[in-house]
Design a binder for this molecule. Sequence first.
Ligand code: 5U1
Length: 670
Amino acid sequence: MKVPQTIIHQAEKLRDEINEHNYRYYILDDPRISDAEYDQLFQKLKKLEEEYPTLITPDSPTQRVGAKPLKEFAEVTHDVPMLSLENAFSVEDVEAFDQRIHDRLKTDATIEYVCEPKLDGLAVSLRYENGVLKTAATRGDGFTGEDITENIRTIRMVPLHLRGEHFPKTIEVRGEVYMPKEGFNKLNARAEEKGEKVFVNPRNAAAGSVRQLDPRITATRPLEIFFYGIGAVDGKLPEKHSEILDLLKTWGLRVNPETKVVKGYEKCLAFHDHLQKKRSNLDYEIDGVVYKVNDIALQKELGFVSRAPRWAIAHKFPAEEVMTTVEEVEFQVGRTGALTPVARLKPVFVSGVTISNATLHNMDEVHRKDIHIGDTVVVRRAGDVIPEVVAALKQYRPKDAKKIRLPSKCPVCHSAIEHIEGEAVARCTGELFCSAQRKEAIKHFASRRAMDIEGLGDKLVDQLVNQDLIKSVADLYSLKLDELANLERMAEKSAQNILDALEKSKHTTFARFLYSLGIREVGEATAKQLAQHFGDLPGLFSATEEELQSISDIGPVVSKHIVAFFAEKHNRDVIQKLQQAGIRWEKVKKAANLPLAGKTFVLTGTLEKLTRDEAKEKLETLGAKVAGSVSAKTSYVVAGADPGSKLAKAKSLGVSVIDEREFLDMLASF
Ligand code: 5U1
């Protein structure tokens, strides 16, 4: 159907009007019309587009929510890597940062900084081509992220088309997606009403919402965004960071209004104080202030160390502390039977969330801090870590305050509690008879770094154990569709997803499998070493403590636990059942057959493309050892940027030194 010219103009006019009102509302914080009037304009445009579908353009304000869920996120390579920031935790750290800048630039002049609130959200990069939003990606590992374009489009304050005409042909803008505190509380209240899982904090809620495969779900989440920088750009930009931010605003990209330009680091510290006082009144969570050198030429001169710029730093706020009372203390039983005293608190609001539990770690801590039930206590919450009780305020202790006592029997299975002299931790002796230990063992088995069984979360494991559907990890693999589908909050589709995830988990690595068994003191690193040394299970089954101790980093305690684990018939039966269920792995090549076997590497300076941990892991998988200091036995020293004294030592000893490029080439050659 041919669309009359007047209708085309009408639609264009409506779009321009809506975009302009969005700009006034979100960017200038100065709306000119009421919500109802805005809605009328929106409905008018929607109606026109319904009547004449050919009018619809991808960047029309009505086209925010895509119709189809994705199967998976595609990968996006960032043209310019998304960097991370160094942290400063004290005034001294900030002074040292400013001093380093003066030293590098060889100047005494006062440095101009831009101070920006550091949002506690999810870093994203949006790419606009000819002003149109083309892709949006998560940070990922800084080089490659996930394509979340469809989800970012649903955020109303993200322009689908940049305002004006004078924007670069291509520009990547960087920012932080977050969930405002109010939206987060409403979302959780709704979830609670419906008996659904609540989010721990606004950051997790934002990250979970952005990583939804179905954009229609993301569209229901109250997400917002602030932009704070740019990535790749083809076009000229101003010479100051603050001017770039001003320009972003003119294009309709929301910049945090608290942002301030100051001269000298002392003013940065004053801004930090100011924002810390204002923090609880802000509608979003922040965890510090970012200071950036304002002059782009100076930024270029300063450059980067590894993945962080030398011209910026995140000055973190100290963990927030509040006062509340301990109403009760309960003991939680962990995977290895360790009992952790947990304080049930009078609910208190701290850093954007209400907390009602805090860990007391162990009985030594309880005694050292002299905490009683009924005490007024100071509670601290920092980032994502479990809140902890910092101190008891003894001056407020009521007369009927009760001492906290270690129970003599396990609160879950009633087995005896063992408290070995000199050890901080008391343990339930019930082992796998104890349902709490069983649950934790299964949760560990399913976790991401172990067997990575997607969807098998804590609540589901609790249900499976409580309903006696599984007794050990091996039983997971004989679960039936109807058993899963009959569980609370499960439907046939999600039950099938769990079965698929279980099937997928069967193909694993020997190291992951060993780690997933939850042998005491065997973390990921030890599991890798065991896998490397033994290659497969038979050798490990019959290994003696002496043989185990010949492996570097395995001492008497770990070796005892390993031997005891494999000596236990129950454990061997579970392993056999798991193998019968189809769990398999490629036989690990013995270290001696690996290309870098017998070689020792020392890493010094900062690598650009890899973190030290990544470099170490790659070397170890190729059979090399990574040492902390240079000796005549060192095979290679890998020297990154700003190498330390190790480089000089290597040269004096005649050890081969390679740079990052040569190192990467070497890794790639195997
Ligand atoms: N406000 C703000 N947050 N933030 C995070 N600015 C900012 N800049 C960043 C990051 C990671 O990085 C650039 C300095 C590269």
